[in-house]
Structures are given as structure tokens and as C-alpha cells.
Design a protein around this ligand. Structure first.
Ligand code: DHB
Length: 393
């Protein structure tokens, strides 16, 4: 079989790209190892930048996001029990949308079926061939067990942090920029009403906690933990004790409820450079990972595929390869800005195991600056609500 752009991975990056290319009249086939159900049930972060919402809207896939999502005009930084609000609307005139990533995936997958996109779940053993030549291919095993060759003009590697695509860039040409953090996030879902109107990012001497939301009856919460912790070792009572003491503030009570999901999430920063090689282009987690603080993952994928779709459109419409040649460099500018922001939010809010009194006092000074100086809080607001998906200046 043959197509114009072969896409490895049907997560948000791969599906967004397939939609964008379809709108531009470019044909794709999307290959995915996991089942649709498995992706739809993997809990991920829940914040969409304005630009990501605009992109989904332009594709006509925003109906559920509008009816079931929530617009947030700010966040609270809670510094050792003291509430400090960051007012996005006032500082940068923008907001974000609380709408979980797996719901975005469902909307993109439903929309793909409606648009007649060729998306194949549960195909295995995919291998990339000939990416340095003129006619690359993806060879894979279809659901009926047949080994199949998908010939294409270009390959988009959208197969996440453990995918095959980035390893197709030769080791000697690839730099793996990597950082691990000495903590993870313990994430829960609970059947309880919201504890506050907005998200609370809590710094405390006992460690970081984040109180997020899902629906009027279910909530998402996280707290800093040992990255090797076993979620089943924690009873509900221990979890609530930990969340309560990290978010304690005068007049505040965290709403409790039955906990129906517990996971430990590792914290890493990673950027693959370059993000392209020959006719292979990486997008989303296949090219980079951010720690979850600030929820940049999906939004970075939206940026990458916007840049890539524009470059492919230029190639097919005008016969010019200039934007394809600079794809990686262009995408990486936004990626590195978001890498800095995610690292910074993480460093500023978490308790560091080997910190001394200087480090701890300096961190409080930083939080004080960020929450009292308009210059400081404007940076946070600008980065949190997100930069233009396609870097301009
Ligand atoms: C959520 C996750 C985040 O990492 C974050 O910064 C904000 C919200 C969430 O899952 O709701």
C-alpha cells in the first residue's frame, strides 16, 4: 500500500497531524500499536493552552471540549499555606481550558472516523525503512497477521517517548538531552466535588501537591512522592493525610471522596536533537518529554504538528522544501522554551531531597518574587497559557 505521509502513532500528535493534513488535501495512513481503548483509558494531564483549543476548533472538533471542559482564568500558587493567585486574564489576556487529554484523543479518533481517515490500531512490529532515501516505508504486521509495507513520501514519528521512530536517527547524529528528577508524582482520581474554583499548585515543607479537577463529581490530585513508590502501598487514609497537610491553609478544607485510581508518574525532561533525519520527522513525545508540572506535553505536540503540517503543505502545494528543511529547528524553539518552563515550575515548587537551608530560603524568595512582582507573574502567565503554536519572530 502507498500514501503520501505515513504516521507512526495515533495518540494526539499523530491524529492531530492526520486531521491537519487531510484538511490540506494530503493523504495519510496512521499506524498505532495500542488499542483505541487502551489509549482512551490512559489518564494524562488536563490543561489545554488557548492555541491548542484554537487548533481543535479550526478542525471542527471542539463540540465536547466546549460543553464538558472548563475555562480557567488563573491558578493559585499556595506557598506554605498562603494563597497567591496568578491572574492570567489580567496579566496576559488569555486563559486555558481544563479538558483531559484522553477526551481530546476520543474526539480526534471519532473525528478521524467521520473524516474517513485511515487509522489502524493494534498493528505490531513496525519498522522504518529507507528514511535517508527518496522512498521510505513503514513495514508492520496488520491485525490479521499479514506483514504489510506502507510506502510513503515522508514519515511522521508520533509514537511517544518509548516509540521506534527516534531510534531510527543514527546514534552518531542524535543527541539525547536528558534529565531525571529525584521525585515522582502520586496521582489519584477521586469521586468528590471540586475543592476550589481554580487549580492549586501547593508548595509546602512536606513537598509539592497539585489539586486539579475533572468534572463536578470527580477530581484529579497529585503529590510529590518517591519515584519508585508502589501506589498499592498507600491506603486512602494515608493519601488524604498527605494531601491535607500539603495543602493546609486557613479556612480551606480539601474535599475527600472514594479514590478510584492511583498511579506513580515519573518526572523526566528529554529532547531529541535533531527532530528530523532524511524523510523522518518527529513530533510530540517521540521528540521530547516534559515533567508534568504545567501540563505542557499535549500542547507541545500541537505546536510540532502545526509546524510540520505547514511545511508539508508547502512541499505539496508549492513544491518548496524550505519549511521541511527547517522543521526541527523551528519546532525546537518552542520545545526548549517549554522545557525551561516545565523544569522551572518543577524546581520552584518541589522539595529537593538534598536542599540545604540556603536552597530552601532561596526557593521561597523566588516564589515570593513570582507571586508579587508583575514581571515575575507575567512570565508564568505567558508560559502557562502558551506561546503561538508556530514560532513567529
Ligand atoms: C493537570 C496536570 C498537570 O500536570 C498540571 O500542571 C495541571 C493539571 C491535570 O491532570 O489536571
Amino acid at each position: 500500500i502507498r500514501t503520501q505521509v505515513g504516521i507512526v502513532g495515533a495518540g494526539p500528535a499523530g491524529l492531530l497531524l492526520a486531521h491537519l493534513l487531510a484538511v490540506a488535501g494530503i493523504e495519510t495512513v496512521v499506524l498505532e500499536k495500542r488499542s483505541r481503548e487502551e489509549i482512551a483509558h490512559t489518564h494524562r494531564a488536563g490543561i489545554l493552552e488557548q492555541g491548542t483549543v484554537d487548533l481543535i476548533t479550526a478542525l471542527g472538533l471542539d463540540a465536547r471540549l466546549r460543553s464538558e471542559g472548563f475555562t480557567h482564568h488563573g491558578i493559585e500558587l499556595r506557598v506554605d499555606g498562603e494563597a497567591r493567585r496568578i491572574d492570567f486574564a489580567d496579566l496576559v489576556g488569555r486563559s486555558v481550558q481544563l479538558y483531559p487529554q484522553q477526551e481530546v484523543f476520543t474526539d480526534l479518533a471519532d473525528g478521524a472516523a467521520a473524516r474517513g481517515l485511515d487509522v489502524r490500531f493494534e498493528v505490531t512490529d513496525a519498522e522504518l525503512e529507507g528514511i535517508e532515501g527518496e522512498s521510505p516505508a513503514i513495514v508492520f504486521t496488520d491485525t490479521d497477521g499479514a506483514r504489510t509495507r506502507l510506502a510513503c513520501d515522508f514519515i511522521a514519528g508520533c509514537d511517544g517517548s518509548r516509540g521506534i521512530s527516534k531510534r531510527a536517527i543514527p546514534d552518531e547524529l542524535r543527541t539525547d538531552n536528558f534529565r531525571e528528577y529525584p521525585f515522582g508524582w502520586f496521582g489519584i482520581l477521586t469521586e468528590a466535588p471540586p475543592s476550589a474554583d481554580e487549580l492549586i499548585y501547593a508548595h509546602s515543607p512536606h513537598g509539592f501537591a497539585l489539586i486539579s479537577q475533572r468534572t463536578p463529581t470527580t477530581q484529579r490530585m497529585y503529590f510529590q512522592c518517591d519515584p519508585s513508590d508502589d501506589p498499592d502501598r498507600w491506603t486512602d487514609e494515608q493519601i488524604w493525610d498527605e494531601l491535607d497537610r500539603r495543602t493546609a491553609a486557613p479556612g480551606f478544607a480539601l474535599t475527600h471522596g472514594p479514590i478510584f485510581d492511583k498511579t506513580v508518574i515519573p518526572m523526566r525532561s528529554y529532547v531529541c536533537e535533531p527532530m528530523q533525519h532524511g524523510r523522518l520527522f518527529l513530533a510530540g513525545d517521540a521528540g521530547h518529554t516534559v515533567p508534568p508540572t504545567g501540563a505542557k506535553g499535549l500542547n507541545l505536540a500541537a505546536g510540532d504538528v502545526s509546524v510540520l503540517a505547514r511545511a508539508l503543505e508547502r512541499h505539496y502545494r508549492e513544491g518548496k522544501g524550505d519549511l521541511l528543511a527547517t522543521y526541527g529547528a523551528t519546532a525546537l524553539r518552542r520545545v526548549w522554551k517549554a522545557q525551561h518552563f516545565s523544569w522551572w515550575m518543577t524546581s520552584m515548587l518541589h522539595t529537593h531531597p538534598d536542599a540545604n537551608s540556603f536552597d530552601n530560603r532561596r526557593q521561597l524568595g523566588e516564589l515570593d518574587l513570582v507571586t508579587t512582582s508583575r514581571a515575575g507573574s507575567t512570565y508564568l502567565a505567558e508560559a502557562y497559557t502558551g506561546w503561538s503554536l508556530i514560532p513567529t519572530a
